[in-house]
Design a protein around this ligand. Structure first.
Ligand code: PHE
Length: 340
């Protein structure tokens, strides 16, 4: 009998549940689709004798709305469960934790400082906004010395005496003012020069300055320390060569080349096919600089050297464009993930 079947389905429907959208969809198909149970009953309804049609028709309609109500109730429950975040622990550390990387210039700076501290050098520091005395005058640049033009200085407009330091040699001057020999310091820091920004030049970069002052310090000591540094930094096979040069604050002065780390000295575009690349300036501290720093130049001698950290980093990691160091492109920075 059709009414028995309707009651049976009604009882079944009161117990249905769905714990997923898929389960709910199969319930909808089972009861409400074209070939579903409700359609089946509608087909059977045609055979119901006329005098029962009214009663059976009402029963089928009741069944239909019951099923529809039940399905939409289940649908609502499912979407409420989806937006219910009560099972999320907000006190947990987010995962995965993205670790930052040390900047390549910091990695190389730390390595340089490490090498020199193993040779007995202590760290020293000084301001980036400096006065003319510490950057130039105490470093033996005369007032109208053309060497002042070697470095394009940024001036603080309202204070012609206050400038952004163009080299870390200003720290030498500050150390000498406050310390008597023996002095053995390494001074890393940022320096500024008014240059157009390109792949090979920037308006700021980083240097490491070294200074050693004591009795009987000679050029031989300088050479040995620099050779040791070059081999620690670039490998035991590294060769160095010193070429005579000029700096107001050292006499004699030299520039140091190392055998090209990229081609091993055979010649490549980085070393302009010479097999050598310049990495630093150095020399014996000019007696006038010692005196300006309050150190007796008849008792003491010293050497100094200064190198660009960007240059060392370029050589070590084949970075071809200086601008990469200050653009904060994480794709570039992440390449150094393994280096520290
Ligand atoms: N201050 C020099 C420069 O910036 C480098 C240097 C430092 C040279 C110490 C000699 C001695 O070019």
């Amino acid at each position: 009998m059709i009414t028995d079947r309707i009651n049976e389905v009604l009882a079944e429907v009161s117990g249905i549940t769905a714990d997923s959208a898929e389960a709910l969809e199969s319930l909808r198909i089972r009861y409400m689709s074209k070939k579903g149970i409700v359609s089946e009953l509608m087909n059977e309804f045609r055979n119901v004798p006329a005098e029962q049609k009214r009663e059976v028709g009402m029963k089928i309609n009741e069944l239909k709305t019951t099923i529809q109500d039940r399905i939409s109730e289940l649908r609502q429950r499912l979407s409420a469960a989806e937006s219910d975040h009560s099972d999320i622990d907000l006190t947990r550390t987010p995962y995965p934790v993205r670790l930052g990387t040390r900047h390549p210039l910091s990695i190389v700076k730390n390595e340089i400082v490490d090498i020199f501290s193993r040779m007995g050098f202590a760290m020293a520091d000084g301001p980036e906004i400096e006065d003319d005395w510490h950057v130039f005058s105490s470093m033996n640049f005369a007032e109208d010395h053309p060497a002042r033009d070697m470095q394009d200085t940024f001036f603080i407009e309202s204070h012609p005496d206050i400038i952004l330091r163009t080299h870390t040699s200003s720290v030498q001057s500050r150390v000498m003012e406050t310390t008597q020999p023996p002095i053995r310091v390494i001074c890393p820091g940022r320096v500024y020069r008014n240059e157009a920004i390109s792949a090979r030049a920037h308006c700021f970069f980083h240097q490491v300055e070294g200074l050693y002052i004591d009795k009987e310090v000679s050029f031989t000591d300088l050479k040995q320390v620099l050779l040791t540094f070059a081999r620690e930094m670039f490998g035991a096979d590294t060769q160095i060569r010193l070429r005579p040069s000029y700096f107001p604050f050292t006499e004699p002065s030299a520039e140091m080349d190392i055998s090209c780390n990229i081609c091993g000295g055979k010649g490549c575009s980085f070393c302009k096919h010479t097999g050598w690349v310049e990495i630093l300036g150095c020399g014996m501290v000019d007696p006038a600089v010692l005196e300006a720093g309050g150190i007796d130049s008849s008792l003491y001698t010293g050497y100094a050297f200064g190198m660009g950290i960007e240059r060392i980093t370029n050589l070590k990691y084949s970075v071809k464009d200086l601008r990469l160091f200050s653009e904060n492109d994480t794709r570039f920075l992440e390449e150094f993930m393994a280096a520290h």
